[in-house]
Design a protein around this ligand. Sequence first.
Ligand code: ADP
Ligand code: MG
Length: 558
Amino acid sequence: MAKRKFKAESQKLLDMVINSIYSQREVFLRELISNASDAIDKIYYKALTDDSLTFDQSSYYIKLIPNKDKRTLTVIDTGIGMTKEELENNLGVIAKSGSHTFKSENEIKDGHDIIGQFGVGFYAAFMVADKVTVLTKSIDSEEGYKWVSQGSDGYTITPIEREEVGTEIILEIKENEDEENYDEFLDEFKLKQIVKKYSDFIRYPIKMDVTESKLKEGTEDEYEDVIEEQTLNTMVPIWKKNKSELTDEDYQNFYQEKHYGFDQPLRHIHINVDGTVRYNAILFIPEQAPFNYYSREYEKGLELYSNGVLIMEKCADLLPDYFSFVKGMVDSEDLSLNISREMLQHDRQLKIIAKNIHKKIKQQLLSLLRDDREKYETFFKAFGQQIKFGVYSDFGQHKEELQDLLLFYSSKEKKLVTLEEYVSHMPEDQKYIYYASGDSNERIEKLPQTEIVADKGYEILYFTDEIDEFAIKMLMKYQEKEFRSVSSGDLGIEEDNKEEEKEETESHNELFKAMKEVLGDKVKDVRASKRLKSHPVVLSADGEISLEMEKIINAMPD
Ligand code: ADP
Ligand code: MG
């Protein structure tokens, strides 16, 4: 039996495309500009193999013309144009992508890469327009054509007189309704913003005549409206440039332009990978934590671009929580996108990129620590807590990865030290890595518990963050050395005193018994200690949990 083709109810399909694919209306412009860019790319490819054609980059552009009076927005391109057949196939058949066919027919790889693939983007125009007119002339045709549609009721194609090769798309922008306002799509300022947001790195200039109020020549306070053609997009993305061409200032400008933060980033990381998954990335380690960083409102993530077109503003999957402070962007040609191009089809490529990025961030932090201690301390002041949370969270899965990034205040060095530094300072006979917890360094310094350890000449790490001790409990050891609180019952330094302590306790049995009775539940035991020098008593903890941790745990809501 002959197989029959599925028929789609095109009206319904179109409705679906228009109303349910995209979460934001403004992406219609991204889609039209991407198509225009593809159309110019196609001439470029044609010129590669066709000697009769030359590709002079400067004569190719995209132009936006908003007209408030006529309520139209026109998108012009000097691209390859469409023949009558192409109009029918590509704009008459939903989900038919001429660009996809073009790519597979021409085996295009590297560099210039065409964006289109699903054959639905064009119809996004109907999210903002009642009627769309396309005027076009193909490089392969003598005649021009006009395609007109009001959406679901179909389209017409008629021949027209047209000199120049290329395409002009005229959108008749919808009238405002109750809550819905479409005026912004006729507004120069808003259009500029949309272009900057999604299409800043399209390779060809996106132009618009912009009206600006300027000081009248020869006057001091008289202004006049001047119309000036401006290029709205940056075109060459900084991440595609050669690292050697770029200065620190270029990266800083990019950071500010992209509004990643108001501070000066401490470091940038520029990555170009040409491996199984190709991608470019520019990442920044900020200097200051954003005001909402340690709150639920803070959203981590990197900008994700596919071929220079913005796909996602905050791709959270690219950053683990413990590096959530990193800002920046990733651009890849190898992402498989879903139809709205807002999400990814498979996350395999993304996972590879994410893994790669984690490694680079860690390397960069370690190199900052090694080469510029002062900057690293600035970093740690802002984001150290997050690193400690990272050590503690997910049952310590990332502790190995993060342990060398930790800094703690040292009793001996009187400054922040790494665990590696601590261990390298340890005398032969020192068994443990000692720490003491408290509200501030000053208060810890006065703790009677620190005395015996300090007296032995051992270094003590001061824990003043609530998370410190939890993180260290998760670490347990560093380079085979266990962590030990100075308030622990067993400090590993007083073996020779054990007997004496026992005798002393027995000989004052009556006194200690009386003390225990008075203190009741508050203590488990009272005994003599050789630990004390200038202080008469010390509280010490026997179990796994120190006194400080006990305080925090007791303060937690049940
Ligand atoms: P996609 O870009 O994913 O292919 P679209 O719906 O955006 O899907 O466009 C469908 C097809 O229409 C494109 O693949 C291309 O062949 C053709 N097309 C759209 N806009 C233009 C244009 N400005 N110039 C030339 N061809 C175009
Ligand atoms: Mg498209």
